[in-house]
Structure formats: structure tokens, C-alpha cells
Ligand binder design. Structure first.
Ligand SMILES: *Cc1c(COP(=O)(O)O)cnc(C)c1O
Length: 397
């Protein structure tokens, strides 16, 4: 369907703009329309039947496929360099569809303690209800993860950098260990974005995004997407088409439009994040700065090896704990305080109210998340203004 030959679209900025855009479109339109049609009509039985059984291209019903959703999916597929793609209503729907489609009673999952809060709930609350065994390892202890894999593993689920402490996992090493054990390897690439990291090229079978975050980039649409091995994507798509957590065409359009500037936004966000991390490291009131682009980051070398850039996310600790954080963030003029990330605007959030709201303070401590931590999603603003804003808020403490 894409006449702009993806063979010629290898640089990420070019793929972000042109990838997945059908050409030509009816009436010479240049922008993918939002196709609100629930179903697609046919006057000819044979044609309809051919589409229905998958023998010819076309659409039947928008819970299954939709042209706007197709264009969004194809853009992400090209950016991640995978065989096949499917999408879902939210990032969590993409993650749960993947897990429920590929697992069944008696299977065993190996993952890490620092996965996204919702993912972690699937591991600790829901999968055990279906007799799926889940072992969650220390995120940065690759030896322990390898030992857990060697003890038996049907699905290895990784996420790097992690939320909110920006830990880095060695993807090449662990995908190899997963494959040695015969496991399917799944990586949540939301924080890195395909601009900085392509887990499929590092050995993973599937890569997942909460498109709600950096892919969309404007905090105005929810969505999720999975890219990778065709045989696996078929099973995940089938689960999704039947269970019904379909991406809405309106959201697909907003995400598709957002993605056209993904490379520009991420470049600016990570340049800002680097400067801000360096600034914060020099401040007295700041106890710790977590940013993979800092040489002081414990897994900086792994990040350098597997990422082209270090991303727009960081977190930092304030002396005095949660009380200080609670006084500090309302003083910031140039940021939303909200449970989201990856948008053009800077966003701050204490883990206790956002990523790890379900945990007790003791559980957060066990995960290495101090109560005085603040997650910072650098926007695309002018960095001197952001630094000045942080400076005045720190001075007010
Ligand atoms: C937000 C997020 C998710 C969940 O995505 P939703 O679109 O909110 O369902 C999953 N993984 C990571 C890393 C996230 O940041």
C-alpha cells in the first residue's frame, strides 16, 4: 500500500515522516484521513469473502482493521524494523494482549522488578490466577536474571531504561540467554523510543510501546503497539480482534501525526535532559540524579553500547524526602505535574503519585525508589528556561 518505497527510507527521520503513509490516496489527499467507518461495504460476494478470509487486502470491521490504524501501525513497524505489527487501545492493552495471547497455565515468565507499574501488576496479581509462574529478578543483576532463565523460561520480559529510576538492562546479553532457554523475548521500548534503541536488532522477538508517551508526544491520545516476529504478531492480533481492545482511528490519527516529528522531539528532549541532569548533579539539595547519559550512571557503558541517545527521561532525589518534593514541584512554572511523560511539555511526577502509586512506601523503598524522588520528563522548551525554573524552585526550599 505504501508507494514511497520503504527500502529507500532507512534514516529514522525520513521513516518518521514518510513511513506508512499510503500513496496515492483518493482525491489526491496528502494526509491520512480519520476513517470513522465501523464497517466496510461490498456489493460483490466473492470480493467480500476474499477480504474476510484474508485472501485479498481490504477491511471488514474496524474492531479488526481500519485504514487509519493501519497507517499508524506501519509507521511504527518500519521504525522498529520488524516483520509485522499490531496495535491496541493503550500501552497496557498491548502488553496484556501480548502476555495473554502467548502464555497459558504451566508456562513460566522471567522479568525484572522495575517494570512499569501496570505490567508489574499483571505479573504479581493476574498471571498467577492463571497458573503462570512469574519470577521477578533484580533489574541490574544480569547474573541473577540469567540464572532465573536457565531454571526454565517460556517468556522473558524486559524494559530498559526503567521507570522511574532509569536503570539499564543489557539487551544483547539477556536476549541471547532467553533464546538459549527457548524463550520468547519481549522488550518494552517506551522510554528509549525507536530513535534511540531497536530491541529487535539486539535480538528481541517483540518490541512494545506505550504510544501514549513519546510516539504520540503531545499527551492527547492513548495507544499501544507491538512489532516483531510475524507468527507471534498473528497470535496477538487474533487475541486483540476477539477481545476487542482496539486502537481508535481518532487516536491512531493523532499518534500518526505526532510521530512525524518524533526524531526532532527526541533529539531536543535528550539534549535538554543531558544539560538538566548535569546541572542537577551540581546542586547541594539534590541527593541523586538518575540519567543514563551521565558518566556517573552505573550502567552508562551498557547504555552507550545499545542506545544511540540517552532519552528525555531522568529522575532526581531531593534532600528531605517526600515533604521536600511536595514543596518543590508546585514551585516549577514550566512543567505539568502529572502522571504522564514523553510530551512536548516538561512533566514532573513523584513516583508515589504516578508510576508507583499502588505500592506502599516500604515497597517503593525495596524497589530502590526513595520517597524524595521526582521523575522529570524533559520537554522541547529552551533548556536555559528549564534550568532557571529548577534553580528558582531549588532556591525556594
Ligand atoms: C505508560 C507506560 C505503559 C502503559 O501505557 P498506557 O498507554 O498508559 O497504557 C507501559 N510501559 C511504559 C514504560 C510506560 O511508560
Amino acid at each position: 500500500m505504501t508507494a514511497r518505497d520503504p527500502q529507500h527510507l532507512d534514516a529514522p527521520g525520513t521513516v518518521a515522516v514518510w513511513g506508512g503513509e499510503p500513496h496515492p490516496m483518493a482525491d489526491g489527499i496528502t494526509q491520512v484521513p480519520v476513517v470513522h467507518s465501523v464497517s466496510f461495504g461490498y456489493d460483490d460476494f466473492d470480493e467480500w469473502y476474499g477480504v474476510a478470509i484474508g485472501d485479498r487486502p481490504g477491511h471488514i470491521y474496524s474492531r479488526n482493521t481500519n485504514p487509519t490504524v493501519d497507517a499508524f501501525e506501519e509507521k511504527v513497524r518500519l521504525m522498529e524494523g520488524g516483520q509485522a505489527v499490531t496495535s491496541a487501545a493503550t500501552g497496557m492493552a498491548a502488553i496484556s494482549n501480548t502476555l495473554y495471547a502467548l502464555l497459558r497455565p504451566g508456562k513460566r515468565v522471567v522479568s525484572v522488578k522495575d517494570t512499569y507499574g501496570g505490567t508489574s501488576k499483571i505479573f504479581t496479581e493476574f498471571l498467577p490466577q492463571y497458573d503462570v509462574d512469574v519470577e521477578l529478578c533484580d533489574t541490574t543483576d544480569a547474573d541473577a536474571i540469567e540464572a532465573a532463565i536457565a531454571a526454565g523460561c517460556d517468556l522473558l520480559y524486559l524494559e530498559t531504561p526503567t521507570n522511574p529510576t532509569l536503570k539499564i538492562i543489557d539487551l544483547e546479553r539477556l536476549t541471547a540467554a532467553g533464546h538459549d532457554a527457548g524463550a520468547i523475548v519481549v522488550v518494552d521500548n517506551t522510554f528509549a523510543t525507536p530513535i534511540n534503541q531497536n530491541p529487535l536488532a539486539l535480538g528481541a522477538d517483540l518490541v512494545i510501546h506505550s504510544a501514549t508517551k513519546f510516539l504520540g508526544g503531545h499527551a492527547d491520545a492513548l495507544g499501544g503497539v507491538v512489532v516483531g516476529r510475524e507468527d507471534l504478531i498473528e497470535r496477538i492480533y487474533h487475541y486483540r480482534e476477539i477481545n476487542g481492545a482496539t486502537l481508535h482511528p481518532e487516536a491512531a490519527y493523532l499518534l500518526l501525526r505526532g510521530m512525524k516529528t518524533l526524531h526532532l522531539r527526541v533529539e531536543r528532549q535528550q539534549a535538554n535532559a543531558q544539560r538538566i541532569a548535569e546541572f542537577l548533579e551540581q546542586q547541594e539539595q539534590v541527593t541523586v540524579v538518575n540519567y543514563p547519559g551521565l558518566p556517573s550512571h552505573p550502567q552508562h557503558e551498557i547504555a552507550r553500547k545499545q542506545m544511540r541517545g540517552f532519552g528525555g527521561m531522568l529522575s532526581f532525589g531531593l534532600d528531605g524526602g517526600l515533604d521536600t518534593v511536595a514543596r518543590f514541584f508546585p514551585k516549577l512554572r514550566l512543567s505539568h505535574a502529572a502522571a504522564n511523560l514523553g510530551s512536548v511539555e516538561t512533566i514532573v511526577a513523584p513516583p508515589a503519585t504516578a508510576s508507583h502509586v499502588e505500592c506502599t512506601p516500604e515497597e517503593r523503598a525495596a524497589l530502590g525508589i526513595p520517597e524524595g524522588l521526582l521523575r522529570y520528563s524533559a520537554g522541547i522548551e529552551d533548556v536555559d528556561d528549564l534550568i532557571e525554573d529548577l534553580r528558582q524552585a531549588l532556591a525556594s526550599l
